[in-house]
Design a protein around this ligand. Structure first.
Ligand code: NFS
Length: 658
């Protein structure tokens, strides 16, 4: 399923061909004019390798690399005799392992900080949300009655450490999974033991000459992915909430217009919230604000990008400047005085762009340095030392700005911060917080079903376009959309994260949104916060009336512009949890092979979810809605929806006649 790259010819260059984000387009025009290499133009110059994108090659040993023929996949094997199915399954498994490693390593860092906070060795971060701490502890059967926060926190640390280090048994958050789903996992032998073990075993089994049955490899990468979704990612989310606060609805601005020409502008980009939380302390430090004013600025302005940005957007309403594909272009404004980054989704190209626009790019994490970027390490025991230094350097750059500042004057307000806890309050009210109203509205058909639309942006497709069109189409058909990460930012820029966007929804969904006062598109946070979607879906099952397992719920997932291995891990844990999940852009399998069939239908027959693929957003929506309707039918609630729709049509007719 290969996509062709297109060569950009000088005279026909038009930034709007690459993105529907006007701010990004404006800055792409600028970088193009300035001759600065950026991601869209690099993608146009670099045709993707067709064999690689079909996953028909293997370079796991030096007898190869071996290339098979995707057009006639069974005509050849690798030198060792590996078939196309083995090769694809091994490649796919390693993508899952890498993505799962990224999320679980992120989660483990959060847990490290939590341990140091609990033992009093870190003082700059604290337990900000003790209620959440107690809730999470209860969810995994830790005794909370009559115990101090410190005692509970210590136990919670020890329990959650098992998510990573346990060698036998089930990871703690399996206790949150609906029983019928866990039973299916147990039958298949895919309940994760500990993330380290699952990732290690996946790497072992995909080595030359080990596991050479695509079905067996698939079961292992299901288990590995589950150790991410219900393990590493969930730990990352829960510990971040405990330390920095559980998000609730907050109005905030998104887009490059959040930069301010007469302020010192600092951007934080990456994933772990620790850097950003410390930066918030630094930019609010009166001494640094004074220093900025002395340098002629009105103050210090901080904004986020990518998932780091989405974390603090959700928790504190901090403005967000854009998603993955906008990260180089924001530097082209000339207004960014310093960009601090930690881990993941940080393009190496940023280093060159930063130099061209005379700004600072600082790496801060020992696991992620970039050639050409200065490293100021964040030590969580004294994080402000790093973030103060970044601000001081930003102030110095402000004083000596050499580049003409051009800020696209676009900001899009929206409501963010829909944690699964907040969704409960929003729907049920503070005193009877519950998912019951959601279930009732799904059962009576006002809400057709739920969709999680998440993930990256990718220059192989028009930036933001597939996200926005897919989500619009889903809400039009009464599907309530839950979002995270770059996708959430795409929709915020398109203006859909406001209650007024309810008019774009179908009658049923619009009615629910108007009654509750919520947008038809709910932003749940960063990519690790996809775990919030898992918890919300489990709550829906536990609330009753919509089946016993996650596979019964009328829900579908999508990552329409995915690009990273993390996205594959996320997709796979949704699939293994029972959710039909559609990806766009390209899919790393050869159609018609046994492995492809297993992913696209076989897994569903085993009681899990399955994968889907479409490039076109309307086609994607069709696939997802067909799945939702299939689940409604199986639950026997398909007729209810027809009645509701008929009622509404009748009411509209009456309104029109009146
Ligand atoms: Ni997730 Fe993709 Fe990255 Fe966040 Fe954005 S690119 S897999 S959404 S920033 S992790």
């Amino acid at each position: 399923m290969e996509k062709k790259g297109k060569k950009v010819k000088e005279k026909q260059f038009s930034a709007k061909e690459f993105t529907i984000c006007d701010a990004t387009a404006q800055m792409l025009e600028r970088t193009h004019k300035d001759g600065v290499s950026t991601v869209f133009e690099r993608a146009a110059d670099m045709k993707p390798c067709p064999i690689g994108s079909d996953s028909a090659c293997c370079k796991h040993c030096s007898m190869g690399p071996c290339r098979l023929n995707a057009k006639d996949p069974y005509s050849k094997t690798g030198v060792c005799g590996a078939t196309i199915d083995t090769i694809q399954a091994r490649n796919f498994a390693r993508m899952v392992a890498s993505g799962a490693a990224a999320h679980t390593d992120h989660g483990m860092s959060m847990l490290d900080i939590f341990r140091e906070v609990v033992t009093g060795k870190i003082k700059d971060y604290q337990i900000k949300d003790p209620i959440k701490l107690i809730e999470v502890a209860k969810a995994i059967d830790i005794e909370t009655e009559g115990r101090s926060i410190e005692e509970i926190a210590k136990d919670l640390y020890e329990e959650l450490e098992r998510t990573y280090t346990q060698v036998e048994g089930e990871i703690p958050f399996v206790k949150r999974v609906p029983e019928a789903t866990v039973e299916t996992w147990r039958k298949l032998g895919i309940v994760p033991r500990g993330a380290m073990r699952e990732i290690m075993e996946t790497m072992h089994r995909t080595h030359i000459g080990v596991d050479q049955h695509y079905e067996n490899i698939t079961l292992q990468f299901c288990r590995c992915a589950l150790s991410d979704g219900w393990g590493g990612s969930m730990v990352a989310t829960e510990i971040s909430d405990i330390l920095y606060g559980t998000p609730s609805a907050v109005l905030a601005n998104v887009n490059m217009g959040v930069l301010k020409e007469d302020y010192v502008n600092v951007i934080i980009h990456g994933h772990e919230p620790n850097l950003f939380e410390s930066m918030l302390a630094s930019v609010n430090d009166p001494a640094l604000i004074e220093a900025a004013k002395e340098a002629g600025a009105k103050g210090i302005n901080v904004a986020g990008m990518c998932c780091s940005g989405t974390e603090v957007l959700s928790r504190h309403g901090i403005p967000h400047a854009g998603n993955f594909l906008s990260t180089e272009y924001v530097l082209a404004t000339g207004a960014v005085d310093a960009m601090g980054v930690d881990v993941q989704c940080i393009m190496q190209g940023l280093s060159t762009v930063a130099k061209c626009y005379n700004t600072f790019l600082f790496t801060t994490n020992p696991r992620a340095k970039i050639e050409g970027a200065e490293h100021i390490e964040l030590d969580e025991h004294n994080p402000k030392k790093c973030t103060d230094e970044i601000v001081i350097r930003a102030i110095a750059r402000f004083k000596n700005r050499k580049v003409k500042v051009e800020i696209p004057q676009i900001v899009n307000p929206g409501i963010h911060g829909f944690s699964h806890e907040y969704i409960k309050y929003a729907l049920g009210g503070t005193f009877r917080a519950s998912y019951k109203p959601l279930n009732e509205n799904i059962i009576n058909g006002r809400i057709r079903g739920l969709a999680g639309v998440v993930g990256c942006t990718n220059p192989r497709v028009k930036h933001d376009y597939v996200h926005v069109e897919l989500v619009k189409e889903l809400i039009k058909k009464d599907v309530l959309v839950l979002q995270t990460g770059c996708s959430q930012i795409a929709l915020a820029k398109a203006g859909l994260l406001v209650p007024e966007a309810a008019h774009l929804a179908g009658d049923g969904l619009a009615e629910v949104c108007e009654t509750v006062g919520m947008p038809p598109v709910l932003g749940l946070g960063s990519c690790v916060d996809n775990s919030r979607i898992l918890i919300a879906a489990s709550e829906v099952v536990k609330t009753g009336g919509l089946g016993n397992s996650l596979a019964d719920v009328p829900v579908a997932g999508a990552a329409p512009e995915w690009m990273s291995e993390k996205a594959i891990s996320i997709g796979q844990y949704f699939v293994a949890s029972g959710v039909y999940t559609v990806f766009g852009v390209t899919f790393p399998t050869v159609e018609g092979t046994k492995f492809h069939e297993l992913l696209f239908s076989g897994l569903e027959k085993m009681g899990l979810g399955c994968w889907g693929f479409a490039e076109d957003p309307y086609e994607m929506a069709k696939l997802m809605i067909a799945h939702i309707d299939k689940k409604r039918k199986a639950l026997g609630i398909d007729k209810a929806r027809e009645r509701v729709l008929f009622d509404m049509a009748a009411r509209r007719e009456m309104d029109a006649a009146a």
